[in-house]
Design a protein around this ligand. Sequence first.
Ligand code: PLP
Length: 411
Amino acid sequence: MNSCQQDLALELAAIRESGLYRQLRRLDSPSGTVVELEIRRLLNFSANDYLGLANDPITVGAALKALERYGVGAGASRLICGSLAPHHELETALAEFKRTEAALTFSSGYAAAIGTLGALLRSSDVVIIDRLVHACLVDAARLSGAKLRIFAHNDLEDLEQKLRWASQRRSVAGAGAKPRVLVVTESVFSMDGDQAPLREIVELKDRYDAWLMVDEAHATGIYGPRRAGLAEACGVGDRIEVQMGTLSKAIGSSGGFICGSNELIDLLVNRARSFIFSTAPTPASAAAATAAIRWIQSESGDARCRRLWQNVNCVRSGISERRSELVKRRSDGDCLTNAGAIVPLIVGDEQAALEAASQLRKAGIFIPAIRYPTVARGEARLRLTVSASHTEEQIAQLLAVLSSLNLRFEI
Ligand SMILES: *Cc1c(COP(=O)(O)O)cnc(C)c1O
């Protein structure tokens, strides 16, 4: 081993020792409700494909048509010659879906976050984020160079305190552009499945003359009367300056997006570096996403979504019934009251979470352990997710395995 390899091997050994070592698992099947993993067939309760659209004739058909017409690669970045019709159709569909003036797509949600915060914030500005926002928003906030403040998770009082500090700071700022204050949160949190108090946050940011960016990665497509997201469900879509989301979860494709005013989108086209300096997403993934967004708003989309919530209720009530055997209630809340498709089964210790995931795998269920740095240290968990594609039998099997194994969860 040369010194580079030795150095890296030491670091890897330390990661292993702390129970935080991660490994890729090769699937030889689509990432559906049943997956082929290491020659075994396992029931999958870990995907974000809430509506089963990642492998559905609706999306696959649209992608195939686009493949035939436009080929595999976009050939260049959007601002050179890669801005193909499927990208524009997708952005029109997104703006209609979210009822905003305009939309812009990125190659991933991660790229959307990095590009957008970088474009909107300068070093004299302030960005205030919820403690539990996704890593891409944390990285984006840090990279932006703006003053970063973190408010306690979903804590309106703490948010108000940070907003008050920012507005005082603004009032003493010298001549020049007025410093911007941007609040960033998620609508449905990715690792806990709970919801931000969006109405109250909108009131607060308006009162303090701040802007709001909401990441709807886990809500787009499954919440609200038209399934546009939690902002739609709360009736505050038109009061959020920056609506972010991803096409890779309920939409079933890949890519990230921002919806908002014409000015916002125009500025991002001009300033978002992850948009400007990156090859346009494949036209097939854009076409698949457009088909998914249209279909989600149709009657059969509505039926699929209702199916998802039936499945969610089934899993949650099944776990509730068995909770005396397998769950120890957390003192600070009860995830079963947050009726989302993400059910975190909190184990706590990292090694114990790995052990629980391994027991489940042996029993035919795939739910990997989620550990630091995805969640805080000592909050390792099995992040169980439910899809509309799970059958009653599959859910019954999950519940049977959960109660047969002697696992301890906090919930
Ligand atoms: C998955 C996720 C992202 C990143 O989206 P990708 O398209 O996978 O890059 C951003 N925010 C949240 C909350 C997410 O869960």
